[in-house]
Design a protein around this ligand. Structure first.
Ligand SMILES: C[S@@+](CC[C@H](N)C(=O)[O-])C[C@H]1O[C@@H](n2cnc3c(N)ncnc32)[C@H](O)[C@@H]1O
Ligand code: SF4
Length: 309
């Protein structure tokens, strides 16, 4: 299969272990082992990803990447990749490791400025500790070229919170390399309506093959919503990425999807549980997924209105 490197995003799960059990995340009920990627697999992934002309977007799928002992070595292999963290192990020592590495962008998921709401999103997280660690990292990284994103999660529980609340909490006017970004609490866990998010209609990614995600054990899936590995294409332990993407198995899966036959596509079946593209809302979502970042953000704000209903 010919890859279009500009359309395909890549995620590498350095570890599926996590120090939290967040309410909106599939990790607490992950149907895969909690494990670290062995170092030779990280090196093989580097050869395969870059050899295919792809760039790594994120150093995670599930799990907390800052728990990975060789995180700085991994960043050196993938200087183009970004790192998303729950921030709770971002100590001064780890901060120093990151700032000495070529990492260009780090996202710290604060999600809520309300100490009552925070633990409902970030189960197991200590809000006060996060505020202290994040504040200390901002100071440590002041004047450094790294881009620091403070994540604000738009969910049913955070509708009243504003970007300015986050800016004020961390005194962001002092840090030119930091900004607040907003993320929608999508149905990554289940496609039902929950206290945190609404339900979805159809393919959340907008297309069947938008991602190459490499799990900690080396298996590869085609969608970052396939957290449990229900739709694995192949295994880097025994195959090359090219073999995986050229395999009859992947071709058959794409065929099934095109016919909307979900018998062998349980994750896609979850996305289409409430109907698919016949629903106008799915068309809107698909277009949103394909928009550039800023425009996507504006449209998502409008879509958030459904959380209020
Ligand atoms: C799965 S976490 C892994 C990296 C790291 N542990 C963290 O929390 O940033 C990556 C991202 O997925 C997001 N996430 C988790 N569950 C989600 C959901 N149901 N919808 C949307 N994003 C979700 C988190 O907010 C985080 O930004
Ligand atoms: S969102 Fe991140 S921190 Fe929370 S449980 Fe999932 S992987 Fe862990």
């Amino acid at each position: 299969m010919k890859l279009n490197p500009r359309r395909i995003k890549v995620g590498l799960e350095l570890t599926s272990k996590c120090n939290l059990r967040c309410g909106m995340c599939p990790l607490p009920v992950l149907r895969r082992p909690y494990e670290d990627m062995v170092w030779p697999m990280v090196e093989k992934a580097e050869r395969e990803i870059h050899g295919a002309g792809l760039k790594l977007k994120w150093l995670h799928e599930m799990g907390e990447p800052l728990l990975y002992a060789r995180i700085d070595d991994a960043i050196r292999l993938f200087p183009e990749a970004s790192l998303s963290t729950n921030g709770l192990v971002l100590t001064e020592e780890i901060g120093a490791k990151l700032l000495a590495s070529p990492l260009k962008r780090i996202r710290i998921c604060v999600d809520s400025v309300n100490p009552e709401v925070y633990p409902q999103l970030r189960t197991g997280g200590d809000f006060d500790k996060l505020v202290v660690l994040t504040g200390a990292f901002l100071k440590q990284a002041k004047g450094h070229p790294i881009r620091i994103e403070i994540q604000k999660m738009r969910s049913r529980l955070t509708l009243e919170e504003t970007v300015d609340d986050f800016r004020a909490l961390f005194d962001l006017k002092k840090y030119r390399n930091a900004r607040v970004i907003e993320k929608t609490c999508e149905a990554l866990d289940v496609n039902e309506e929950t206290d945190l998010h609404g339900k979805f209609y159809g393919c959340v990614q907008g297309a069947f093959f938008t991602w190459v995600v490499i799990f900690a054990d080396g298996r590869v899936t085609h969608c970052c919503y396939d957290a449990h590995g229900d739709q694995v294409l192949g295994d880097l332990k025994t195959q090359s990425l090219n073999e995986i993407l050229d395999s009859p198995r992947f071709a058959a899966m794409q065929d099934d999807f095109a016919r909307r036959d979900f018998t062998n596509l349980p994750r896609c079946a979850e996305c289409f549980k409430h109907g698919g593209e016949s629903h106008t809302f799915n068309d809107v979502l698909t277009r949103v997924q394909n928009l550039p970042g800023v425009a996507k953000d504006v449209v998502r704000k409008v879509i958030d209105v459904r959380y209020r209903t």
